[in-house]
Design a protein around this ligand. Structure first.
Ligand SMILES: Cc1ncc(COP(=O)(O)O)c(C=O)c1O
Length: 418
């Protein structure tokens, strides 16, 4: 190909493994495997499928039904978002997590995906290093690749593929991170909690220890909080309520996508110390100019309408996902018999297929019409692991059981050939 940058040429040859399997599951490919696309059961998607709250729909309706406010929604917003919307974010976080924020510590963006890549751009120089857990969300490596050709990613193993335990040796892991943070080239560590793909929630003492080391060494801990509202325990971990004022080395990336089924109505925000927020504002002038006006207006109206009822809505929704996760766990035990990590929140369960997961996933798809995501893209620890998403099936729990039964039957018929 002529005329493209070296980075894109390199990355075109390095597509996301998740996209690859989803492409393989497109109807024309399914038909060519001799399967009926309508019989396919997908545990592949990284999205939520609960119904968005009526009050959110009402908020949009009110905006578009008035000529004046519809006209206003077609205008630019300030680069860091409307002051009013940042006030609503403060309220949202306070109602849900008892968090006390200042609006100087918030910047609104187009989505958490955009905010993450822009955050990498403001933090990282050529030759810098960033620490990612193994496994972690597959998109970060691609995003980092587009920031510079020379960012070094250090992986620290959180999942032991032999014992299939997560953060088994917490102290050893903290020790390793602490060593890494002493290197000035290490700018940040990026954590996800609840996690994609493991759906684990990082323990409070672990996070507190890391924040202490980060403060001492001048390193940032970035939290991707895309699934923050989807914890399954009675209470959320303490660090969900930390403020950047008290924890200046903590940067959190937040998203509208999951809590309100707003994946197509994209808006995200960062909570961080004022220096990071100011740098992000400069960055966004170049990358997006400003976040979406309509979604900011709707968010503001929605938070106003809901007040403390927001808690009830979030509690109801997270319990729906907890129920689907429990159904998935039981179906894995009864049909697959694989080792797996019990979901603590979010949309996923990772399980040990006991063989190369690329091969396993393709074979299972061809013979059963069931789609899993192979784990390798999340990190080497999941070479034999698969990611099972129950999120897209939250309103179709029967499909979870049906899919697992199909795969179980196939696995039993193949016993000895794997
Ligand atoms: C960990 C994580 N972060 C970010 C995103 C994307 O969020 P957004 O829709 O806000 O870009 C996802 C999507 O699946 C995710 O799993």
């Amino acid at each position: 190909m002529k005329g493209f940058s070296d980075i894109i040429l390199r990355e075109m040859n390095n597509p996301s493994p998740i996209r690859e399997i989803m492409k393989m599951a497109e109807p024309k490919n399914i038909i060519s495997m001799g399967l009926n696309p309508s019989d396919v059961i997908s545990f592949g998607g990284g999205w939520v499928d609960h119904i968005a709250p009526e009050e959110l729909m009402e908020s949009y309706r009110e905006i578009v039904s008035s000529g004046e406010s519809f006209h206003f929604s077609g205008g630019y917003s300030p680069t860091s978002g409307f002051e009013e919307t940042r006030e609503s974010i403060k309220k949202f976080e306070n109602i849900l997590f008892n968090q006390n924020l200042n609006s100087e510590n918030i910047i609104i963006g187009g989505s958490s995906s955009q905010l993450t890549i822009d955050l990498f751009r403001i933090l990282l120089n050529d030759g810098d290093r960033i620490i990612l857990p193994d496994p972690t969300y597959a998109n970060y490596t691609g995003q980092l690749a587009f920031v510079s050709r020379n960012i070094k990613i250090e992986r620290i193993k959180f999942l032991d593929e032999n014992s299939w335990k997560y953060l088994e040796n917490k102290n050893e892991i903290i020790e390793k991170i602490s060593e890494e943070f002493k290197d000035k080239k290490v700018k940040a560590m990026l954590l996800v909690s609840p996690d994609n793909p493991t759906s684990q929630i990082l323990p409070e003492d672990f996070v507190d220890e890391l924040l202490k080391i980060a403060d001492d060494t001048g390193t940032y801990i970035i939290f991707d909080f895309a699934y923050k509202t989807q914890y399954f325990s009675e209470t959320f971990p303490k660090y969900f309520s930390y403020s950047p004022e008290k924890h200046p080395s903590m940067i959190t990336v937040n998203s509208n996508s999951k809590w309100g089924r707003g994946l197509g109505r994209r808006m995200g925000w960062i909570e961080a110390n004022a220096d990071v927020v100011n740098a992000m504002e400069r960055m966004q002038q170049a990358s997006i100019l400003c976040p979406d006006t309509l979604h900011q207006m709707a968010f503001t109206k929605f938070v106003e309408k809901m007040g403390n009822r927001l808690r009830d809505y979030i509690d109801r929704v997270r319990m729906e996902y907890r129920k689907s996760s429990e159904i998935t766990s039981k179906a894995i035990e009864e049909n697959l018999g694989f080792r797996y990590l019990k979901s603590m929140g979010g949309l996923y369960i990772v399980a040990d297929a006991g063989m190369d997961s690329d091969e396993f996933v393709i074979d299972v798809l061809k013979h059963t019409g069931v789609i899993f995501v192979p784990g390798k893209g999340f990190g080497p620890s999941l070479k034999n692991g698969i990611r099972i998403s129950y999120g897209p099936l939250v309103r179709k729990n029967q499909k979870i059981i049906e899919g697992m039964e199909r795969v179980g039957k196939y696995i039993r018929s193949r016993k000895g050939s794997y």
